[in-house]
Design a protein around this ligand. Sequence first.
Ligand code: ZN
Ligand code: ZN
Length: 424
Amino acid sequence: MRRAPRGTRDILLQEAARWQFLEKIFREMCFTYNFAEIHTPIFEEAELFTRSVGEESDVVKKEMYIFRDRGDRELALRPEGTAGVTRAYLEHGLHRRAQPVKLYYFGPMFRYDRPQAGRQRQFYQMGIEIFGSGDPATDVEIIKFTSDFFARLGLLDLNLQINSVGCPRCRPFYLEQLRNFVRDKTALLCRDCRQRARVNPLRLLDCKNGDCRAALKDSPQMEAYLCPACREHFTAVLRLLKVLDVPFEVDPFLVRGLDYYTNTAFEFVSASLGTQGSLGGGGRYDQLVESCGGPPVPGVGMAAGVERIALAMEKKNLWPNEDVPSGIFLAVTGSDNEGREEGLALLYQLRAQGLKVEIDYLNRSLKAQMKYAHRHGFRYVIIWGEEERLSKRVKLRDLQAGEQREVSLQELGHLLSEQKGWIK
Ligand SMILES: [Zn+2]
Ligand SMILES: [Zn+2]
């Protein structure tokens, strides 16, 4: 028997319905916040990611699916969404339109990582981006969106952690201090961090290794080295969060795994989910558009992981009740062909009215059809037999209420369309 490749999963039946629910809430939020949808390819030129996400980042260095196609182009399956959206923003000249430009996406991303619960090699993200404004209120809009989204799902116990990672003016000076700090501690660091100390010292801060954490406990903090512009920006973001009653916690060790962040970095973390506790995060990326070959355009965004959110919903028992009976099963009985043909005609008439209707295709007995309708969660059964054909009156059985009545075909259409809202 063939299986889906390691690190990938089929999403079907109940799980697919649940994902649909998450997507629906997300799209509704994007509507009210005025984000427009964008679909970008799942593969891009590999260079787009090496230049934006960062050559030395774990994502590019260890986790990216990179391949040559038959035309010898070097391509990569997208490991995240923002780089592709930024490429599209420039390619379609959106930077020449009225700013800001607000976009959202929902789709699969790919990272070659060790699979575990909530972490797949093909995983799904929903994300939002705002290009063309450096106003701290746009950072806050992104954060508020994320906070509102989780609240609508019922995920209320998440902590918002926030930090400023500075800018190209102030960060190099801080990184120098960080390097100096770890210089005599390299023996205490994990192998990855020894390398990070040389090429990407900021990432020392978010190593999960206990020895590294202990070694960095009293390290210098970015906040003390922020330039006046970065300090002012960060202060304004925090002030607005307070004004809007969004609780947060400044975490000086929060840096994100992608190199393109400047100023604000944030994450929503669930304490009860352990290492998979980060459900979504993002930040400001004022250098990204430029590093993709465009003019200097500020930007800020967020991405949230569908698998992890689903896991958190599951653990906290937050999924809406899915066992509510819905739809109509049209039970056709009798052996004559004409009756069945008229039954099929009725099926499509009801569907054309926007109702969810199913029929038997396996020549089951009436009893078996009733059993099927019960088992598959239908709310109503319409019985269409010889008697009903002749009298033009059908039996309408409400499986939930356990009632049955006889109605004319005319009444049926009327009756059901009145209840369409909740029968679907
Ligand atoms: Zn700065
Ligand atoms: Zn480490």
